[in-house]
Design a protein around this ligand. Structure first.
Ligand SMILES: *Cc1c(COP(=O)(O)O)cnc(C)c1O
Length: 364
């Protein structure tokens, strides 16, 4: 291995998570969200795995992501663009056969115009804002849209969707308010399937409309602040690059922010903030060596960090010895908590420099 660490992506665990969400929300269907390169794990590999499990709805954020992904898939799943259409994107989007999420009247007018010039109805999802104030039709634009049936006639409406602001805190009253508002708005589009929930919403104790858009839970992240029933999908294993023993009173790393209080064994591993390991984990984060917790000693550098391995039995410490950064002792939720962020950010920052190994969903 010449990379600083090996990232292993367990596609069987991903497939298992997909099935678990499907059981959770049935009879609603489950679509897979693979934006940001499949939350950092590889959009093509993730999408193919989900499609093999029967998934028919794949969501990306950007049109460019759809352009990269669609040719890599077998055509059995529909690819949707959550962020909708930027001006000028209409022609290429229609040619690609991707389905834009129309978030505003302006986007709808441009897509309808594209349909007119293509001489056929074009597919789309309509997103309505039910309280998050980020994307989707505001109430006033929705009234305008519904008063202009000629506009919608040009569009083959596949779903009406919205997005929850507080899905990861199921007790928040905003969830019920958004779900009720969504049901009301969706009723203005009779016969059109409805999609509200993300991973968090999928675990709320109520119905799930017709389609769930699952992201983080597929990748093993906790869907809410209560429990994590998902299987871990990623492991990240570095190797010790160098070991040293330093006396008490010695500084370690940039700024010498760690000072030894005893004779200390320091292991340097070739993973740093340029690999997406958060710099804020300096003197805060952990790693594991042969199951023993070791603390990050000093600041995280760009391409390396230093660990206090003094309490690890010597037989586990040698150049090349494995160091667990993500694995059975420390998952993405734990690292995110230490770093003051969310598992989404830990995953999406995972370095392209890592060696990547995919464990197949089904035995080859
Ligand atoms: C990212 C995203 C999702 C997936 O959210 P998770 O919390 O990762 O399940 C679903 N819907 C929309 C609109 C999104 O932007």
């Amino acid at each position: 291995m010449t990379a600083g660490a090996r990232l292993t992506i367990d596609l069987a665990a991903l497939a298992g998570n997909y099935r678990l969400i499907r059981e959770q929300v049935g009879p609603a269907a489950v679509g897979g969200v693979v934006k940001a390169n499949g939350y950092g794990l590889g959009a093509v590999e993730v999408a193919r795995t989900l499609i093999a499990e029967g998934c028919r709805h794949i969501f990306v954020a950007l049109q460019g992501e759809a352009e990269a992904l669609v040719p890599q898939l077998d055509g059995t799943a529909q690819v949707y663009i959550l962020n909708g259409l930027l001006p000028g994107g209409e022609g290429p989007c229609a040619a690609l056969g991707a389905v834009p999420v129309l978030n505003s009247l302006d986007q709808t007018e441009r897509w309808a115009a594209q349909a007119a010039s293509s001489g056929r109805r074009l597919p789309a999802v309509l997103q309505v804002d039910t309280g998050m104030s980020r994307m989707g039709f505001p109430a006033d634009e929705l009234d305008v849209l519904l008063a202009r049936p000629a506009l919608l006639e040009r569009i083959d409406l596949r779903f009406v969707m919205s997005h929850l602001a507080c899905a990861d805190t199921p007790a928040d009253a905003a969830n019920a308010a958004q779900a009720a508002r969504f049901a009301q708005i969706a009723a203005r589009f009779p016969g059109v399937p409805r999609a509200l929930d993300n991973s968090g919403g999928a675990f709320h104790p109520r119905g799930h409309f017709d389609l769930v858009r699952a992201g983080i839970a597929l990748y093993g992240g906790a869907p809410n602040d209560r429990a994590n029933p998902m299987q871990p999908v990623v492991t990240l294993e570095a190797r010790i690059a160098q070991l040293r023993t330093i006396p008490a009173g010695t500084g370690v790393g940039y700024g010498l922010t760690f000072r030894t209080t005893r004779e200390t064994r320091i292991a340097t591993i070739p993973v740093g903030y340029a690999d997406g390991w958060p710099r804020c984990l300096g003197n805060v984060g952990s790693a594991y060596v042969a199951g023993h917790r070791v603390a990050v000693a000093g600041r995280v550098s760009m391409d390396s960090m230093t660990l206090d391995v003094t309490d690890v039995p010597a037989e586990h410490l040698y150049p090349g010895a494995p160091v667990e950064l993500l694995g059975p002792h420390q998952g993405i939720d734990a690292v995110a908590a230490d770093a003051g962020t969310i598992s989404y950010e830990i995953l999406t920052q995972l370095s392209r420099r890592y060696e990547r190994v995919y464990l197949p969903a089904k035995p080859a």
